[in-house]
Design a protein around this ligand. Structure first.
Ligand code: NAD
Ligand code: UDP
Length: 308
């Protein structure tokens, strides 16, 4: 197949491009390089089945493809809050452009949604049936509401225009090719530990997250995209749940770092707990994560050692 990956030069997108090319597909990677980089796909540049296009998804685009994966959107809180209006435009206008194209060329289209649609959840763990607890006017809203609106658009194009959609709700995912200055917790802690800098715990560090290794996640993407039993939304994430203090402890142990913990203010609306209910992913995709946190962290630490 010929497959368009928006956000293909980002952390997740570049791993997806690798996997699709390895399966023998042609890949068009479209990215404006806001948080992604050519370095993430440099190893693919000579491949005749790979094409890089520098383009912003808020402007329309046309490619004759069989499938579209829409991943374009900054994912780290400091990056998506840097220009919040642009973040909403990227999610909403990007979704409209992907869906309009998918409708015209009859391509299957996949949306990278997020556990942030559940906001600061009052139901734990979070099943897909939970409607969420999202502040519509806070600092995280540009991302959360943009992604929620994108889901709405996907379902309306599906119901009104029979567009063949798939939606995945991604829970915190980490691994090689995260940017060292990405700002998300796993990369921050590893970079700080390797440099011997203080580990920045926001708030008291008792908030929880569930961390999925990138290879497991990409396998889930492919399974969702290439089955016909469900359009989603489907949660993909690792149900192992850790406090930020526990994560810091694991990173310090695995890096053998002498870094000390330092506390910084908790960002506004920071969710207190997060863990995916992956019953539907197991049922429809036969998917569950295979890489435990310690193993994924070791691979990620090895990557960052080559970058620092
Ligand atoms: P990332 O920042 O590394 O990748 C995003 C990519 O999109 C970058 O290459 C960036 O340059 C590109 N991009 C941003 N705005 C664009 C625009 N207007 N036009 C074209 N390209 C644009 O982040 P990631 O972790 O790889 O996230 C990929 C997708 O998965 C995002 O949509 C994100 O919301 C979603 N997601 C990721 C996670 C996670 O834990 N990694 C969790 C939930 C959702
Ligand atoms: N966090 C932290 N130190 C950091 C970066 C993040 O303690 O240097 C916390 C953050 O407040 C949040 C959790 O780690 O509670 C996950 O943050 P991240 O930005 O990775 O993702 P998200 O909040 O979007 O899940």
């Amino acid at each position: 197949m010929r497959i368009l990956v928006t956000g293909g030069a980002g952390f997740l997108g570049s791993h997806l491009c690798d996997k699709l090319l390895a399966q023998g597909h042609e890949v068009v990677c479209l990215d404006n390089l806001f948080t992604g980089s050519k370095a993430n796909v440099a190893h693919l540049m000579g491949n005749p089945n790979f094409e890089f296009v520098r383009h912003d998804i808020i402007d329309p685009f046309k490619y004759e493809v069989d499938q579209i994966y829409n991943l374009a959107c900054p994912a780290s809180p400091p990056h998506y809050q840097y220009n919040p209006i642009k973040t909403t435009k990227t999610s909403v206008m990007g979704a409209i452009n992907c869906l309009g194209l998918a409708k015209r060329i009859k391509a299957r289209v996949f949306q990278a949604s997020t556990s942030e649609v559940y906001g600061d959840p009052t139901v734990h763990p979070q099943p897909e049936s939970y409607w969420g607890n999202v502040n519509p006017i806070g600092r995280r809203s540009c991302y959360d509401e943009g992604k929620r609106c994108a889901e709405t658009l996907f379902f309306d194009y599906h119901r009104e225009n029979k567009v063949d959609i798939r939606i995945v709700r991604i829970f915190n995912t980490y691994g090689p090719r995260m940017h060292p200055n990405d700002g998300r917790v796993v990369s921050n802690f590893i970079v700080q530990a390797l440099k011997g800098e203080n580990i920045t715990i926001y708030g008291d560090g008792t908030q929880t997250r569930s961390f999925c290794y990138v290879d497991d996640l990409i396998e889930g993407f492919l399974r969702l995209m290439n089955q016909t039993q469900t359009v989603g939304p489907i949660n993909l994430g690792n149900p192992g749940e850790f406090t930020m203090l526990e994560l810091a402890e694991q990173v310090l142990k695995l890096t053998k770092s002498k870094s000390k913990l330092t506390h910084k203010p908790l960002p506004a609306d920071d969710p207190k707990q997060r863990r995916p209910d992956i019953t539907l992913a197991k049922k429809y995709l036969g998917w569950e994560p295979t890489i435990p946190l310690a193993e994924g962290l070791k691979k990620t630490i090895a990557y960052f050692k080559t970058k620092i």
